[in-house]
Design a binder for this molecule. Structure first.
Ligand code: SF4
Length: 171
């Protein structure tokens, strides 16, 4: 729908809200770009949709989302990279290890003017660890950022080491 009469906006919003399609999260950390993954794509190595749902549920606090500020997460279920995970500020790539689903994390990618490929954080993490890994990365950012410093700028300043130390602390 290209245009909506102003008088119809509130009614439309109410209907979308009923369908859970009115989440005010554009540009925030839960506005994740995700491919269909194992649920709908025969090429996939790992699930995407269920993982993104779990991450979104873990970050279901609008104030926290807006405190995090601009941050893109892109997630693909295989190396074809349809969700462009390599240029996400946080990229997640599904990989298959002997029939089980694992996830490779990259940090610092960007598709903006200063385009960059994200740097691999470390070994892939298991499916039941990926949400914790993402929330840990965000915690490191919140604790170590400078005033007004975006996630991407902090990764450029400090590199991946502080994030890596915390994500793999229990490995
Ligand atoms: S990245 Fe892989 S799993 Fe995802 S849609 Fe593309 S081909 Fe399918």
């Amino acid at each position: 729908m290209a245009d909506v009469n102003q008088a119809d906006l509130y009614g439309l919003w109410q209907q979308l809200d009923t369908l859970k399609l009115a989440t005010p999260n554009i540009g925030t950390v839960t506005d994740i770009i995700c491919c269909p993954g194992l649920d709908f794509c025969s090429l996939a190595n790992a699930s995407s949709i269920s993982v993104v749902k779990e991450i979104n549920e873990a970050l279901d606090d609008v104030d926290y989302q807006h405190d995090i500020g601009e941050l893109t997460i892109n997630m693909s279920g295989c190396m074809n990279g349809c969700a462009h995970q390599s240029v996400g500020h946080i990229g997640i790539l599904g990989v298959d290890k002997k029939g089980t689903e694992w996830y490779q994390i990259t940090l610092g990618g960007s598709s903006a003017n200063e385009a960059a490929i994200g740097e691999r954080l470390g070994p892939a993490v298991a499916k039941n660890e990926i949400t914790k890994a993402i929330t840990t990365i965000l915690d490191v950012y919140v604790k170590q950022r400078l005033e007004e410093e975006s996630f991407l700028d902090m990764v450029k300043r400090v590199g991946i080491t502080p994030f890596k130390e915390q994500v793999y602390a229990d490995y």
